[in-house]
Ligand binder design. Sequence first.
Ligand code: PEP
Ligand code: MG
Length: 854
Amino acid sequence: MRGAAVQKPGPENPDVTLITPTSPMTTPTHGGRAKCLQRLVRLDLPVPRTVALSFESVHQIASGYRPDVSGILDEFDPNALLCVRPSSEDPDWGGPGAVLNIGMNDARYVDMCDQIGTPAATEIYLRFVMNYAIDVARLDAEVFDEIDGEGHDALSEALQLYEEEAEEPFPQDPAVQLAEILQSMARAWEGTTARLLRQAKGAPVDAGLGLVVQEMALGLGSGECGSGVLQLVNPATGQPQITGRYLSQSQGREALDGGTASIFLEKDPRGPSLEELAPTAFIALKAHAALMRARLREEMQIEFTIENGNLHILDGMRVERSARAALRIVVRLAEDGIITRQEAVMRIEPRALSELLHRQVAANSPRDVLGSGIAASPGAATGRIVFSSEAAQASAARGEPCVLVRRETSPEDIRGMHAAAAVLTERGGMTSHAAVIGRGLGLPCVVGAANIRFQVKRRSLVAADGRLLKEGDEITVDGTNGQILAGSVDMIEATLDETFRTFMSWADAERDIGVRANADTPADAKTALHFRAQGIGLCRTEHMFFEAERLTPMREMIFAQNPQDRQAALELVLPMQRADFLELFQIMQGQPVCIRLFDPPLHEFLPTSRSGQRELAEALDIPVSDVIRRIESLSEYNPMLGMRGVRLGITVPEIYDMQARAIFEATVEAAREGITVVPEIMLPLVSAKREVELVRGRVEAVAAAVRTENRADVSYRLGVMVETPRACLRAGDIAEHTHFLSFGTNDLTQMTYGLSRDDAGRFMSEYVRQGVFSEDPFHILDTDGVGELLKLGAVRGRAARQNVVLSICGEHAAHPESIAFCREAGFDYVSCSPFRVPVARLAAAQLALADKIK
Ligand code: PEP
Ligand code: MG
């Protein structure tokens, strides 16, 4: 025996169980495959004899105990060939590959040559020798490259090479073969690489492996023989359709070289089908598949063999499926009364919905990866590289899809972003400008692509492997996984069909926390409504000025040095804002709209390019040099902590006065059109109660003026964005003056960690790789640190004002983990990018259902 391991003391043959309808068998002790086979046995399906080894037994085998394989072999016909397959708790956790044809040896080969002919018998023996040599005896696969004979000669050469390399003849005793195979599979499971791979898929450290040993139904005989898989759905679409494949030994042997041909399952004019070759078996197969669907309450793939026209069911596996198929499958199962609607809702992973809402790279498409960054906005798009907003617009005008490549984006790039099919930036993280806008627009976006060199001036990129890409070259941005791919790839389209709507309505019936959308423009608001958001939770009013013709008045307002200039700029902006708000109220049809007063980080709104500076100089009728001087005087060392949010509102109060007036006048106008709105006005970046008092006084004065001027009743709610650590700590004081508190976790994360949102992308992947942070905290809410501040703010806010409405509106809001956290902390709603609303709705429904089940 190879390796002559020292036999350790211990149980000789622990827990080897023949699978019968009543044998003790559970998924947590024997794995999903063993349990599923027992279910098939219980359904009286023609399953070959099978024994199962428990997790415990396999663990002992891996630790050196030699199983009593003769006890296992006694369970089977002495002439049978056997196979061993892995049976882990979750099939996604992988496991060692199956080993087939165990028991094949020289004597068996001679018999089989008589039964099925030399070519087929040779093929089976040769495959077993190679499989055993590489996966069990761990010989180099290249050893067998030397084989130059064919058929029987190849087999002799393989046996010879095995003997030379392993320094012992190929084992002929089935008991030795089986013992070695069991040990090799058990050890493979406990190896470090396998463990890390399955842990990455969510397996616990001590996840166990079971093994099943099954008699093979080889398909030997003179009638129709072969093997295949069959399922009742199309795994790409989820539509009912018989799919799978069948390899006919009989048909294959008629072929010249003994190779087998994959043939059609159902009758097909293009060639022979299983239905014609083995009609009775085919009818039985369909009936078994339908029975399995109904009783196992899942779309199952049947693995089968046909022996002389007789059917054997070797295994049943959950059909692997695309995200869109998964949705259709659960909806059909529920509509057919096989599972409940609640179960259907629980079976879909919320993040998988993103795949349905955007175009994606097709799963089987080859990927030529140029580099990668942070997957900031999901979906994928192909286009030619452009390095400026102008070039993106020109490309769109020519009808040519393009990818806008920038070091980082700013409001000046908005037109380019609108025109581009995707965005790629060198800098930035999950909450940087490109990421937030990309998600809002539903535009695939990768930011912080640190392993690609951006030579923006030379209009080229250098890929991670040194390849040079120039403006005009075609690339694909995969915003779902953060990869940049060379050229174009196959895509699958977004789907929002009736099945999707039905499914989401079932989810909404369970949900107990509100979901609103962050929407700044009419297009965002329409998307929000389309995805059934329950209102707007954050309208970033400075984002309403990203359009080129609006950016200039916005800049004039910021630039104004005296009250007259400011008044002139504000008079330009007021009607724009009033029209904006009215349009939002009209689109949202009376649903709540929460408008955040200006929070323009100045560096994002000052022109950085020479052309932008010239445009502003023209608008202000001053020399460019004056513009540059003023930009210098306004620039800040740390603009994210500078003259932002309510600080601007306090120091230049006319700006917030103008916005309050625009909101109230739009409310009056909407009321005249029959739309009743109680606008919500939110103050950003608050850190002290006095800030709220000061702004509240002025807002109330504007409301009073608008009431009088219009002889109309205008009511509103005032709230605070809690996004500084101090606002969390003093939430009690602040809540006394406000109707609602909305936690802005982007800034709160930035300030809690002392990390810049715009620069963290540079080192974030390294930090996550080294385990400093378990996740990018701008992506997944840091429940330990930032979360503690949220809880504190919520408790203190509610203690001071019991009915204060609590919500979260940072980019974390759509994540199932954050929603769980917010539900537990008693929040009223979450507000996220419009395209993520369905993900949040489903995640919230699942949390409510999980609580009910508990
Ligand atoms: C936040 O800080 O969490 C937030 C939503 O606001 P912004 O991203 O506009 O700073
Ligand atoms: Mg903020």
